[in-house]
Ligand binder design. Structure first.
Ligand SMILES: Nc1ncnc2c1ncn2[C@@H]1O[C@H](COP(=O)(O)OP(=O)(O)OP(=O)(O)O)[C@@H](O)[C@H]1O
Length: 253
């Protein structure tokens, strides 16, 4: 990262696809893991959320997705406050989430996984055969073998299927939690290319990644999360992985 990263202006709240304000969350009676995060994301961009192990990246996206209640703060999607909604209703409001693990059903085929993903989408506009065709056009490998069991797919193909299932909801915002985890370098590249195609199709992507280099290749902006707080927001082109260690481990940016 340059010493003085050129900061992009944040989108005005009314223009943000995803707008998080004062977000706090944690587990049970424990202290806050997410410690008051503000983030406004412009539409059709990729923001990579990076940071050291245990800094709260997964907890942050789980809270946005509604899997963990917010202790304070608000989450808005294209201007609509979704903070009080269940995870399923957030999907209907345009917010889709792909967890790090167990994100497809291994004993079902590609076709069955895609069908199941649409079962709970009644009420969401733009969901149907046209959206299914648009999504499969993004992932030709899946379209070519609908009868294959998801459990027989490679790790990268399984991630593509998980993305496809989430995209069937025609989301405005897609939350991805470490899609590169456990994948070989070649497959990581293919997975990142797929995420870039998703952005090109008009979707806003919040990408949690441990693989900083891979995330930087496709992200528009990067935010660094340390101990539950955002420590830096910068254009991806201004951030060099080698310079992040100091920030990750406590030195001021
Ligand atoms: N279900 C849970 N119950 C209690 N504490 C949890 C739970 N999940 C995570 N934590 C704790 O919350 C903190 C943040 O974890 P989180 O998984 O959000 O971090 P992370 O930045 O995504 O880490 P990593 O990069 O290793 O995936 C850690 O101290 C972790 O032990």
């Amino acid at each position: 990262m340059t010493s003085e990263p050129h900061l992009l202006p944040e989108p005005a709240p009314a223009d943000a696809a995803l707008h998080v304000t004062g977000l706090r969350s944690g587990y049970g009676r424990g202290g806050d893991i997410v410690c008051g995060i503000d983030l406004a994301q412009r539409p059709e961009s990729i923001i990579a959320v990076i940071g050291p192990n245990g800094s709260g990246k997964s907890t942050f996206v789980k809270t946005i997705a509604g899997l963990l209640p917010a202790r304070a703060g608000r989450v808005r999607v294209t201007g609509r406050d979704v903070t009080g909604l269940s995870p399923a209703n957030r999907v209907a409001a345009g917010l889709a989430y792909v967890p790090q693990e167990a994100n497809v059903f291994g004993t079902l085929t590609i076709r069955e996984n895609l069908k199941l993903a649409t079962e709970f989408l009644r009420g969401r506009a733009g969901v149907g055969p046209e959206q299914r065709a648009r999504v499969l056009a993004l992932f030709p490998e899946l379209a070519a073998r609908p009868g294959t069991l998801a459990g027989n797919l490679s790790g990268g193909q399984r991630q593509m299927l998980a993305f496809a299932c989430a995209l069937l909801a025609n989301p405005e915002v897609l939350l991805l939690d470490e899609p590169s985890a456990g994948l070989s370098p070649k497959i990581v590249s293919e997975t990142m290319e797929a995420i870039a195609r998703v952005r090109a199709a008009g979707v806003t992507v919040l990408l949690v990644e441990q693989n900083v280099s891979a995330a930087l290749r496709i992200a528009d902006e990067v935010v660094v999360l340390v101990a539950g707080a955002l420590r830096l927001r910068a254009p991806a082109g201004d951030v060099k992985p080698a310079d992040l260690a100091g920030l990750f481990f406590g030195r001021a940016a």
